[in-house]
Design a protein around this ligand. Sequence first.
Ligand code: DGJ
Length: 551
Amino acid sequence: MTSLRFKASAVVFASINTLVVPPSRAAHSNDSLPHLLHQNGRHELIVDGAPYLILGGQAHNSSAWPAAMPNVWSAVSSIDANTLEVPVYWQQMQPTPNTFDFSIVDSMIKSAREHHVRLVLLWFGTWKNGSSHYLPDWIKAQPEMCPRIIGKTGKRVDSPSPFAPALRAADTTAFRALMHHLKVTDLEHTVILVQVENEPGAWDTIRDYSPTAEKVFHENVPDELISALAKEVDPALKPRAAKGDWPTVFGANADEYFHAYWVAHYIGEVAAAGKAEYPLPLYVNAALRDPLSHPAAGTYESGGATDNVLAIWKAAAPAIDLLAPDIYFDDTPRYQKVLELYARSDNALFVPETGRHATNSRYTFAALAQGAIGFSPFGIDEATTLPASGEESAANRAALEPFAVNYRVLKPMAGVIADLAYRGQLHAFVEEKGAAESQIVVLGAWEARATFGPSPRGLGEHRAGNAEPMGRILVGTLATNQFLVTGYLAHLDFKPVDSSNGLQREFVKVEEGVYDNGVFKALRIRNGDETDWGLGFDAVPAVLRVTLGTY
Ligand code: DGJ
């Protein structure tokens, strides 16, 4: 279908719909663009030259339309998010092979600026949740251009085959056009990050078994993959041979690794073209597999960036800056394990989607303590009937309120928290169902332990637990013996690690205050009833700067 492919970038950009395209200006240097810093195996997102924490919310899938956006903006305001994650639909953006319509992107950017919010754009291109339902109509009308996977039994699977050169070329052209459009129009860097595709991979099959795929499966595994994986310590990833076809090199894992590699390779090409145009940080989100039970391939979405194939994705798609888990588990061991698995020295942790149950709000702190650059519940708006009213229901507000509480407390000190995360100086305590008391954690010279449960601020140790596991505490080490502490329905206290000579904890000073431009401003000193039993937090969290000593 070469006639459908754009042959040169000059042709592509000449065809861009000129709805709101100001003249190109050389306003971006790569340093001024949003970018990631990396140091000692940790990562930080920099926006406008300063550390940035994505306190996000993601819109529902069909909400990025002007008629639906009022509800989205209303939800963004009520959860106090600083960033909105919102789709860009290929189907809408390229209505004909030679036309691009950026009107929705433009109006999104304009509204985001009016709301003082940044954007993460989600490119719903070839893959959306393992299918390809967002292809432009003119591509859907040419099934030969978008081959679906053929499953092991010969059945057609509703998932795009990664062996689709014409589709990949078209996706590359469209994504490059989007990035070009951002480069020439978004001079304020309202868009800070772009997701390439959405939860790519395939459900209902481990890989494509079409004749084309079979042929590639029995060709040599690319050298770049073999040499990248030769360094892996995980025996499952280690190549069994220095050369050979997929079964020879990867044995029983060949089917899954093959699909992961070729999906990643396809997306890596799309991403590289976009990045060459405008080098914003790019990521791919993943539907997860159970991180604790090592389930069999085929029981989860195959080919996406699941925890077992991150190294394959890194090798196949170097233009992708990070691989991000969509976390819909809600039990603490699984949630925590996912955070650990995706926080790697070669991968900045970012949680672009999480279930919006109130109890998941406690994992905002857990993610930050693991070094995350951001966190976002999915589906913050009410995807109800059109036109949207911009009025949220009480139920929607109530469901999101516990996330809003986090954002309200974190937003004024987001840069400080991002820096503490970058330096590995954050620790989170999250309540586990049925456990009203945390493990003891050593922070410098101190043993810290949280207890959970509702209680008036500061009074008593709240050992009863909350009816639902909502409690959380975030502790940042500011200096030796000085901590930044915030929390929700929880309580924290410290003991000296060295208690051999009878030393006891002394609150030298517990200042309650706010950050203003990165500087802590005390509003009062907590003492007496408010500290005699430790540090208590109710549903209106406070920020404490705590200086400890001994007596
Ligand atoms: C994960 C996907 O990435 C989202 O777009 C959405 O489909 C949710 N699942 C489910 O609502």
